[in-house]
Write a protein that binds this ligand. Structure first.
Ligand SMILES: [Zn+2]
Length: 209
């Protein structure tokens, strides 16, 4: 996938569109849902990733609130694990993902790497039944922002592992540790775009059922 870096931006964007179309064609039937549990990562004493005064917990909350508004406009019910700067333990977040029937769970984070080299967007799932949701959100986030596509990955993260009743994914919206991405994510314009990508991914996943 490293070769993709050399493909011009425009071509990469149309590649994302083709990828999204391919997912539509080949995805197994998605389950019907009318509720989205949105989980803004970290909060309170848990800042998450941070450089200077830029904290993941603030970026994640702002992005999640934007997604909330877009999904409500699209007619979906939204449950937020937090709507302000408070600490919520991981088991409570997973419990929120398991409580409603016919729901999906989406945890929103920003990334961190040692050094400034980490770049791009990635999505995580744990249970195989959550893969398709992750693939939709990943494709539309990349399409909307033109950022590097790090792909859809599986990893044993608490919220995606312990949310078992509903599809559950955790998405990473760029690296706080990368100066270029950090300056971009500090703008409302970027957070608007990434939120649109996340919401489009969720709505398209629902339509594919
Ligand atoms: Zn995080």
């Amino acid at each position: 996938m490293a070769r993709l870096t050399f493909i011009p931006q425009l071509l990469r964007r149309s590649f994302s569109a083709i990828l999204a179309a391919a997912i539509l064609l080949f995805a197994p039937l998605a389950s019907a849902f009318d509720t989205v549990v949105l989980d803004a990562g970290h909060g309170g004493h848990d800042n998450g990733a941070g450089i200077g005064y830029v904290f993941e917990k603030h970026l994640a909350l702002d992005t999640t609130r934007r997604v909330e508004q877009l999904l409500k406009k699209a007619g979906l019910k939204v449950i937020m694990t937090r709507s302000r700067d408070v600490f919520i333990p991981l088991p409570e977040r997973a419990a929120a993902g398991n409580r409603p029937r016919d729901a999906i769970f989406v945890s929103i984070h920003y990334n961190y790497s040692r050094g400034s080299g980490g770049a791009g967007l990635e999505s995580y799932y744990y249970h195989a039944s959550s893969y398709t949701l992750a693939a939709y959100i990943q494709a539309y986030m990349v399409q909307r922002t033109g950022m590097v596509n790090r792909g859809v990955k599986t990893k044993s993260l608490h919220v995606t592992r312990e949310t078992t009743r509903n599809p559950a994914v955790l998405i990473e919206c760029g690296f706080v540790s990368n100066p270029t991405e950090r300056s971009r994510m500090m703008t409302g314009e970027f957070r608007k775009r990434i939120a649109e990508g996340i919401a489009q991914g969720i709505v398209s996943f629902k339509r594919a059922k």
